[in-house]
Write a protein that binds this ligand. Structure first.
Ligand code: HEM
Length: 472
């Protein structure tokens, strides 16, 4: 196996230390800026054409794995030798505690086993009405705004930020599916606190990556401290109130309260429940909204694809119930292709707990190993014309001919996204409500820049003109 060794930043060979060399100190602001602005820009170019790249990345020795067979070997066969990276845990634990995303070892295993049945396909199907309901509320909001604009002549074509709109819709869905009867919940304040918390994690990640101490203040630091306190307090109160009422319910909170570890039968503690509900919100709301916003944009760029999607939705419509999501096969292909070009989680990070070997290359314990999903999805050896948007790549024959580990927007192995089915169903339910009703157009602007800090966001939002189809 060919290993390419490159150096992105010629820093010292030791783990990054704040007390290190003058060169490191001088490079520090630039590194932080790059990570906060767009971490992808700091990746070595070889990750788009080689299999295994050893590089000094942001001051630490890092192995990038861009080969499907090696990724399988890493994330599946040798999964037990991998742990979470400190930059992920340090930035997320203050709000999310030790939930499924941030824990390792036995604690992770027990929580994952306990929560897995909650995300079964048949359970998720029961959430579809809540998902469709939130999308219908978005429609009602747009129609109201449209009517108001209609009253103010000349303002009909004011663009909307569809990313912000999808963030609101997916947040409404999380609240409706997770804590459906928490009447005292201040949804607006909760959403603002979650956004304030998540927004500053890019600083926390950047500073951890370059070796800064945990106490170092950064933009949003103090807001994040109070946001974490508010979020944890609010969810802990919801858990306690539901327990007190003795009525569990069939939303995510109810299902998690009833969940038992199949090995030993233990229920989750209130603290674990709080950790995991917050984890589901943090991991599930922005990722799904971003995927939807990119979908609306790419469909507007490709009217022939959009026409096929809308025709499929109309053909699948069930009397009075919206389309049957199970039969939206072409729309699924579109989603898959959107997530190839713009995977909302564009990087998987691990630290080796013991020595491992990948394709004959020895990787010592304590090494950072990154799977650059964004680069894998555009890898020169795996995809023809990687930059081209083509949902037919995910037709049955083409998919069957491809290595499963060439495409992984939801990760792979034991730590694969637990919410994958939930997210895909949610995207389909929202698109099926919105696309047959509205035309989304680009208003003459170019495709937004994709910037990676925590998630792969369209920079500056996604401004589109949204027009009811009946006007056409
Ligand atoms: C389009 C939407 C989504 C994308 C692209 C996405 C992507 C991912 C990826 C790539 C991972 C693996 C991370 C790794 O290996 O380090 C992951 C893990 C996770 N996701 Fe998602 N996700 C999405 C939606 C959701 C939703 C809706 C939920 C919950 C309701 C969720 C909950 C989680 C959790 C708890 C983990 C940690 C799993 C573990 O470590 O065992 N995600 N997600």
């Amino acid at each position: 196996m060919q290993t390419t060794t490159v150096s992105t930043f010629p820093l010292s060979t030791a783990a990054p230390s704040f007390k290190a060399s003058v060169a490191e100190a001088a490079a520090f602001p630039r590194l932080v800026q790059t990570v906060v602005r767009n971490m992808i820009e700091a990746w070595p170019a070889e990750v788009y054409r080689e299999s295994l790249v050893e590089a000094r990345f942001l001051g630490r020795k890092t192995v990038f794995v861009s080969d499907p067979r090696l990724i399988h070997d890493l994330l599946v066969t040798q999964a037990a030798q991998l742990g979470r990276e400190e930059f992920l845990t340090r930035s997320l634990k203050p709000a999310l505690g030790d939930g499924i995303l941030t824990s390792d070892g036995e604690r992770w295993k027990a929580q994952r086993r306990t929560a897995a049945p909650v995300f079964r396909h048949d359970r998720i199907r029961e959430f579809v009405p809540a998902m469709t309901g939130a999308a219908a509320a978005t429609r009602a909001r747009w129609d109201r705004q449209g009517a108001e604009r209609g009253a103010a002549r000349g303002a009909e074509s004011a663009p909307l930020d569809v990313l912000a709109e999808m963030m609101r819709t997916t947040f409404d869905i999380i609240v409706a599916t997770m804590m459906s009867d928490e009447v005292g919940l201040d949804v607006g304040a909760f959403g603002r606190a979650m956004n304030a918390y998540l927004d500053q994690t890019r600083w926390k990640m950047a500073l951890t990556l370059v070796g800064a101490p945990a106490w170092m203040p950064h933009p949003g630091y103090f807001r994040a401290v109070s946001a974490a306190r508010y979020l944890r307090g609010t969810v802990a109160a919801a858990v306690a109130s539901r327990r007190q009422r003795g009525k569990t319910g069939s939303d995510l909170l109810g299902l998690m309260l009833q969940a038992r570890d199949p090995e030993g039968g233990a229920a989750m503690s209130d603290e674990s429940l709080t950790d995991n509900l917050l984890t589901f919100i943090a991991a599930g709301h922005e990722t799904t909204a971003i995927t939807l916003a990119w979908t609306l944009w790419l469909l507007a760029e490709h009217p022939e694809v959009e026409a096929r999607v809308v025709a499929e939705m109309r053909a699948a419509a069930q009397a009075g119930q919206g389309p049957n999501l199970e039969v939206l096969t072409y729309t699924r292909q579109v989603l898959m292709e959107v997530m190839r070009l713009y995977p909302a989680a564009p990087l998987l990070v691990r630290k080796t707990l013991g020595e491992i070997s990948l394709g004959g290359t020895r990787i010592p314990a304590g090494r950072s190993v990154h799977v650059p999903v964004y680069a894998l999805h555009r890898h020169a050896k795996l995809w023809s014309e990687p930059a081209r948007f083509d949902p037919d790549r995910f037709g049955p024959a083409q998919s069957a001919a491809r290595d499963r580990y060439a495409y992984m927007p939801f990760g792979a192995g034991p730590r694969i996204c637990i919410g994958m089915g939930f997210a895909i169903t949610e995207c389909l339910a929202i698109l099926a409500e919105l696309l047959p009703a509205y035309r989304f157009s680009r208003n003459g602007s170019g495709r937004p820049d994709a910037r990676f800090s925590v998630t792969l966001r369209p920079h500056g939002g996604v401004r589109m003109v949204v027009t009811p189809r009946r006007l056409h």
